[in-house]
Design a protein around this ligand. Structure first.
Ligand code: FEO
Length: 387
């Protein structure tokens, strides 16, 4: 990643990571991920957040290229998760005189992750505290659980820049030419999605700030039309559907339930002219994208085989992924398949009943082994009731 000038004094000295197999140990990132880190040149040099230890050397080179023979005087830590806090110790070792700005929880986590004495380096801030460094003035705004408890965002008042931690982040390296919304939504729903209330709290606090630039820790720096991004975060964190459309998510053992799901897709598109229809094979496709689409659309059809007097495993996993992200406010149709004692529908219904404001649309359709003409009539009734 080229060093990026954000303003005359602010630079992104972070790194792209294009060969990570799974981000956070589970998310495929076909276009990589960026770990942003921000250098502010002033009478003193300030750095906001470090990078994953996978990129420590490259990042230190980026810093040195900008600083020449100067040093980092202040490190502000917004988030200690290792994709950002992973190089804290390396930076302390390179600049031993450096002071570190964080909150009580930040320093507790530094002590947990590293074996280094930081007692004489600590500048402990509280929610709403303000500190000037050089000509820049920083305000620290706590954003607990967006996405860890120590998270704070930092607002720089003279240049109106919000350093937003994970908020407004996106999968994809910085040189990726792709739409912001899709990969930002997949990132948000999967990584921050559980914490809608906390994101709403942050949006309320941020609404009192005059912001020209948002600097997230992943993905592009946002400078134009900021209301677009803020509106997306507002919809997502309220758990409102973003689009009218249908996700068909299926879990099929031998392919018969897949045939049913594809018939549902055909009917939605060709008979009912539904414009936005997504279909996902929960055993093979990206589960994180399935979660994203379930939140994106206002309607979902779940089709699954029965298995061990339960529901086929990929569907059970999907229901768990939705539940632990507070899935709510959606219409759901259920199609079960079973050869002797169908159980998938019962289990799906039980799991959905634990979620908030889920409307299960009748009828629950039961397929016995493979789809017949009378099954198509039942599916059609379900779709009519749902649309
Ligand atoms: Fe990008 Fe919560 O770390």
């Amino acid at each position: 990643m080229d060093n990026k000038r954000i303003t005359d004094s602010i630079f992104n000295v972070g790194c792209d990571d294009k060969d990570i197999d799974l981000f956070e140990g589970q998310y495929v990132v076909p276009n990589g991920i960026s770990y942003n880190s921000f250098l502010i040149k002033d009478d003193v040099n300030i750095l906001i957040d470090t990078v994953d230890k996978r990129k420590t050397d490259e990042w230190l080179d980026n810093i040195q290229n900008e600083l020449k023979d100067n040093r980092i005087d202040i490190l502000i830590i917004c988030h200690m998760e290792p994709d950002h806090g992973g190089s804290v110790q390396a930076l302390i070792e390179k600049f031993p005189e450096m002071k570190i700005v964080g909150n009580e929880k930040t320093f507790q986590m530094i002590n947990q992750f590293f074996n280094i004495d930081i007692e004489n380096k600590k500048i402990i801030v509280k929610d709403g505290d303000e500190l000037p460094f050089g000509k820049h003035k920083f305000k620290f705004i706590f954003a607990p659980m967006v996405h860890w408890p120590e998270v704070m965002v930092t607002y720089e008042e003279t240049e109106k820049v919000l350093f937003a931690a994970d908020a407004f982040g996106k999968f994809g390296a910085l040189d990726t030419d792709e739409d912001w919304t899709c990969e930002a939504r997949r990132y948000y729903m999967n990584i921050v999605g559980k914490y809608g209330v906390q994101v709403q709290n942050l949006l309320k606090k941020a609404s009192n700030l005059d912001i020209s630039v948002i600097c997230p820790l992943h993905g592009p720096i946002l400078k134009d039309n900021l209301i677009f991004y803020i509106n997306k975060y507002d919809i997502w964190s309220k758990y409102e559907p973003e689009d009218s459309g249908v996700l068909i998510a299926y879990a099929s053992i031998h392919g018969n339930t897949k045939v049913v799901a594809e018939k549902v897709e055909e009917l939605l598109k060709e008979k009912y002219n539904v414009e936005k229809v997504a279909i996902t094979d929960l055993a093979r496709d990206d589960m994180a994208e399935a979660v994203e689409d379930a939140f994106r659309y206002d309607k979902v059809i779940l089709a699954a085989s029965s298995y061990n007097a339960d529901v086929f495993t990929p569907m059970r996993l999907f229901l768990h992924e939705l539940s632990c992200r507070n899935y709510q406010k959606r219409k759901v149709g259920i199609i079960e398949n079973g050869t002797w004692a169908p159980s998938a529908g019962r289990v799906i219904k039980e799991e959905l009943s634990k979620m908030k404001d889920i409307q299960i649309v009748e009828p629950i359709v039961t397929i016995k082994s493979s789809m017949k003409n009378e099954d198509i009539e039942n599916i059609d009734t379900l779709l009519r009731n749902m649309l």
